[in-house]
Structure formats: structure tokens, C-alpha cells
Design a protein around this ligand. Structure first.
Ligand code: HMG
Length: 392
């Protein structure tokens, strides 16, 4: 039976990799000025996974507090969005299902379209809940952004996972229709199966992102979406945080509004606090922007927010959501700040050593040291199988 009740994000929690490299430290070795990183890219630090962390451990860590608060009785579906997939066949969400002891009567599936995947998951989740209002859907977005050493992309790496519970009568954000959609086949950023790091044409990717802002906004307007004046601010996918400011100026321009630089900065800055110290987390990045905004601002009751999701390749979506009055009571600000502050600072040499994932690519037996600050770890590999465990 379908319903007319509001559907949206009922709870949101994130976790990040346990290691952190500051851009001040990076700049000492790359020859770039620290101002380029801090001001030009808007990045202060990047999260990196510890040896025994991956998309599964980060996602399980992000989701565990949601399960603790809401239980599992109503969860019928787990959607795992990632572009750091660990297997060509088995969904990473099945490992999370096991680590969190979820019941067997749940469907689990993995979704991929670069950084856009989590938005597809959120919209599919909303449609499922619309169809069966008694069910809830757990949406996980978990990624490790990894570029070649000494490449321009290196300064935009990062790692994080977001977990969202989607339900009727949500406590945080109601998701509105319509959405503005945009797909365009472009080779701006991609990662062939044989590579651990992404290939990217940086300038082309920024142009493709801005073209997608325009395309998705025009489609949103064609579907009789809200006018720009009705939208308090926009959460953008943030490959690096300056991109959100550039995108917002471009959106205002496209919407025919004269962009006042101070007002733009004021609108976008609250969405960037987490991403500027975590870095790009691909699928999770847009929802870290939402977490940043909700955790930072206390006067968002009943406000309308815009969301712009971009995944290279490319697919994009613009949609809006209404912040549910009383949302502050549900926030996890303290836990988010704790997850960030417990990261271990590493220097440039240590960073070079941990840059790519430590498991052997021949599937042979391997044990990993206990380094994570989180509640779940990848303990190693045996017979081509990843072995996970809860940390007690
Ligand atoms: P670059 O060549 O290292 O940097 O590439 P740059 O020379 O273009 O400088 C960057 C900015 O810093 C510029 O600002 C400079 O002026 C400024 P802009 O002119 O663009 O406004 N700058 C300074 N500012 C203050 N003081 C200084 C100073 N020096 C320079 N001293 C690039 C930068 C982002 C291209 C590179 O890091 C890269 O390739 N990153 C990866 C790709 C990327 O993030 N693309 C973004 C759009 S695509 C996307 O969002 C999708 C993605 O998330 C993947 C997915 O969907 O899966 C990537």
C-alpha cells in the first residue's frame, strides 16, 4: 500500500579513517604552497584508512549507532553505495550485515556510479519506503579516495562512511520531489578494474561538474521544482570544499540570480566543516556536507535545503529536502567530533607507506596489525577471503 506521508532521512551517522595527514605536512614535501591547499582547494587535512580498515569497517562503524538507537525490526533493505568496491561479485553490505548481526530477512545490494551512488541509493530507498511505509532502509555510503602519489589529485584524497536510515515521518530531513536529473558520457575521472588509484583529468572534471550543475538545475526547473529563492542553502558533493563555492556561484548564475560573494560564502561555509578536514569521501561526501550543516546550524527548522549530487562519468541529481522541526534532538554531533578527533596524525613518510591498501593481490594468507580506532577491523586475508572481526 503506498502512502502520502513524508519520507526521508530519519537518522544519520558518519565515521572516518583512523589516520590523518595535514595539508601543512603535505605541502612541505610537494613543493606546493600551503595557501594553495588551504585557500585554493579549501582543504586542511585528509583522513586515511589504517591498515585494518576498509569500506566495510568504516560503514559498519557508521551504522552501528543507528542500529543501537532504532533496532532492526523495520529494516528490510540495506543499500551500500561505493566506488571502492572490494569484490566484483559479493556486495560489501553483506559483510556489514554480518558484523552488525542484522536479521536474515533483509535484502542487501551494492550500487555504483562514482560519487553519485549514494544519492541513487537514497532515492531508491525513499521509493521502497513510499511503497511499504512500515519498512525502513539502511543506506550506507563508504569510500576511500586514492590518487597516484605526486599527482594533482593527491591533495584531494580522503576516507569516510555515512550511514542513513530512511523511513516515513523522518526526524531529520524530508526528501521532496521532483528531482532534476542529468547524465552525460564524459571521461573526466574513472578507475579501471586493474587500478587501485583513479585516473582523472582535473580541469575537465571541474568543467563536467559545473555543466552537470546547469543540466540538473534546468531539468529540475522543467519539472516545476522550487525557485532558487525558496532554497536556504545547497549541500554539494565536495571533491574539495572550494568546489562547492564555485558550484553555488554557477548555480546562482544559471538560475539568473546575481551572486553576492559574501552571501555565497555565508551560505556554503557551514556545509564544508567536515569535508575540509576529512577530504573527498566520494559517495559519502555530499552527506558529510549535510551532517556538517545540521551539526553547525541551529536554526534550520522547516527550512528547505538543496542537494547537488555529482558522480564523474557522469550522472548528477538536484533535489530538495525540508528540515524537520526538532531535528537537533536527533543529531550525533558529539560522536562525529569524537570520530574526527581520535584520528592519529601521521607524517609524510608514514603516509607514503600506507598510501595503497596493504592486502596482497594474490589472495594469499596475510595478517594485519590492529591499528583502527573503530569497532570493527579487517584482520587479514585467508584463501582469497577478507576476514573481519568486531573489536572488543
Ligand atoms: P591543480 O593543478 O593542482 O591546482 O589541480 P590549480 O593550479 O588548479 O590550483 C587549484 C586552486 O588553487 C586554483 O584556484 C588556484 O588559483 C589556487 P581556482 O583558480 O580554480 O579558483 N591557488 C592558490 N590559492 C591561494 N594561494 C595560493 C594558490 N596557488 C594556487 N598560493 C585539481 C586542482 C582540483 C584539478 C586537482 O586537485 C585534481 O585533479 N583533483 C581531483 C579531481 C577533482 O577533484 N575534480 C573535481 C570535480 S569531479 C568530482 O567532483 C568527482 C569526483 O569526486 C570523483 C567521483 O565522482 O567519483 C572527483
Amino acid at each position: 500500500m503506498t502512502n502520502d506521508r513524508a519520507v526521508g532521512i530519519h537518522d544519520l551517522s558518519f565515521r572516518t579513517g583512523s589516520l590523518v595527514l595535514t595539508h601543512a605536512e603535505l605541502s612541505k614535501h610537494t613543493g606546493a604552497s600551503v595557501a594553495k591547499y588551504h585557500k585554493g582547494l579549501g582543504q586542511q587535512a585528509m583522513s586515511l584508512p589504517a591498515a585494518d580498515e576498509d569500506i566495510v569497517t568504516m560503514a559498519a562503524d557508521a551504522a552501528a549507532p543507528i542500529i543501537e538507537r532504532h533496532g532492526t525490526d523495520r529494516i528490510c533493505t540495506l543499500l551500500f553505495a561505493t566506488e571502492t568496491s572490494i569484490d566484483q561479485s559479493k556486495a560489501a553490505g553483506v559483510y556489514v550485515h554480518s558484523l552488525l548481526n542484522l536479521p536474515s530477512n533483509i535484502r542487501v545490494v551494492e550500487l555504483k556510479q562514482a560519487c553519485y551512488g549514494a544519492t541513487a541509493a537514497l532515492q531508491f530507498a525513499a521509493a521502497l519506503v513510499q511503497r511499504e511505509p512500515e519498512q525502513q532502509v539502511l543506506v550506507l555510503a563508504s569510500d576511500i579516495a586514492c590518487y597516484d602519489l605526486d599527482s594533482p589529485g593527491e591533495a584531494t584524497q580522503g576516507a569516510a562512511a555515512v550511514a542513513m536510515l530512511v523511513s516515513v515521518d523522518p526526524s531529520l530531513v524530508e526528501i521532496n520531489t521532483p528531482s532534476g536529473l542529468y547524465t552525460h558520457d564524459v571521461m573526466d575521472f574513472w578507475r579501471p578494474n586493474y587500478r587501485a588509484t583513479a585516473l582523472v583529468n582535473g580541469k575537465k572534471s571541474m568543467a563536467a561538474y559545473l555543466a552537470a550543475v546547469e543540466g540538473a538545475w534546468h531539468d529540475y526547473q522543467a519539472r516545476e521544482g522550487l525557485s532558487i529563492e525558496k532554497i536556504r542553502t545547497v549541500c554539494y558533493h565536495q571533491p574539495f570544499t572550494r568546489m562547492a563555492f564555485k558550484a553555488h556561484r554557477h548555480l546562482l548564475d544559471t538560475a539568473g540570480v546575481e551572486a553576492d560573494a559574501t552571501a555565497t560564502d555565508h551560505a556554503i561555509a557551514p556545509t564544508t566543516h567536515y569535508n575540509e578536514i576529512i577530504g573527498n569521501s566520494y559517495t559519502a561526501s555530499l552527506y558529510l556536507a549535510l551532517a556538517s550543516l545540521l551539526d553547525a546550524e541551529d536554526e534550520l527548522d522547516a527550512e528547505t535545503l538543496g542537494f547537488f549530487s555529482y558522480g564523474s562519468g557522469s550522472v548528477a541529481e538536484f533535489f530538495t529536502g525540508r528540515v524537520v522541526p526538532g531535528y537537533r534532538a536527533q543529531l550525533r554531533t558529539t560522536a562525529h567530533l569524537e570520530a574526527i578527533s581520535r584520528r592519529r596524525d601521521i607524517d609524510y613518510n608514514a603516509y607514503r607507506r600506507v598510501h595503497t591498501q596493504p592486502l596482497p593481490d594474490d589472495g594469499s594468507q596475510h595478517r594485519l596489525p590492529h591499528q583502527t580506532q573503530g569497532s570493527f577491523r579487517l584482520s587479514g586475508m585467508e584463501d582469497h577471503q577478507r576476514i573481519y572481526e568486531a573489536v572488543h
